[in-house]
Design a binder for this molecule. Sequence first.
Ligand code: SF4
Length: 365
Amino acid sequence: MLEVERLVKHFSVKRGVVFGRTLGHVRAVDDVSFSIARGETLALVGESGCGKSTTGRLIMRLMAPTSGSVRFKGKDITRLEKAAMRRMRRHMQIIFQDPYASLNPRLTVGETLAEPLSVHGIAEGSSALARVRELLDVVGLLPEHARRYPHQFSGGQRQRIGIARALAVNPDLIVCDEPVSALDVSIQAQIVNLLKSLQYRFGLSYLFIAHDLAIVKHVSDRVAVMYLGKLVEIADKRTLYSCPRHPYSQALLSAIPKPDPQSRGERIILAGDVPSALSPPSGCRFHTRCLYAQQRCRTEVPELRDAGHGHRVACHFYESVPVIKTADSANPANMGKFAVRLAAYEAAKDRSLANKQSAGASVAT
Ligand code: SF4
């Protein structure tokens, strides 16, 4: 469905408004390659500022890449003209982190959902109204919500509207840019559940950008880890959570809080802060914080190397980096914090449904 190859985005930093002198370049995304299959969810994780959201925007062509290519269904979209790109956007959509900022406050929900239908020539008039009602139903909202404005909804409901807007044009790929980070913990479970059921129903592919590894574990098929604009490890979810090989992935995974004291793994504390993307360290960008750094790491950039079964690691010495005990390797049946939350939500939903049914039965008798 999607092939990203050697994608690069550098932002120039200038001084002066009129005759701006270029002081340097922020290397937000540097030589990033991955692919996503039909119906698959690839999660892109990393600390804030590592370039994951920029990668999502480059894929959507919301900004132009410095170099590299993005192929969608076999077609290179990095060099498409504006009109051709607009047509292509019908097949690829994005859900933003802040549902309120991403909705036009002057448009009703009905108008918001009808807009893409009209722009792409999918439906007008009564057929657009019918489609809006259908979309609201698909994301768990009511037909009367079409007449309301975004400020009349809760954060979770606004994100449902954002999802409905993305679905309006029947896309194949959705870039989910931190779709639940701005929501309450209880609402996160509902939105993630909704995204999963929509994927199953419509055969969607997701690029799921997030920093919460507990949520990522629940939604993803494969996980790609980014550090300072570069991919450092990519593997299927089970492999990455039970046997991370890159020292940075190991540190990230060791930092997930575990609800079960029996299944706690090792905790790795990284020294220092993330270096500036304006002047990233030479060689391996992680060498200033890595426990296993050697002389070669300071001069030579590590390539992503195959560690077997689609697991790739960008580390010169990953074979000799000790394997750590994670919560998953300690307990393969470990559900994870988010799955525990989700199970509690599902149980509460079932209880409320059962209560409603028993109340209905007693009224009938
Ligand atoms: Fe650490 Fe060197 Fe591997 Fe980079 S290449 S992660 S610095 S051991």
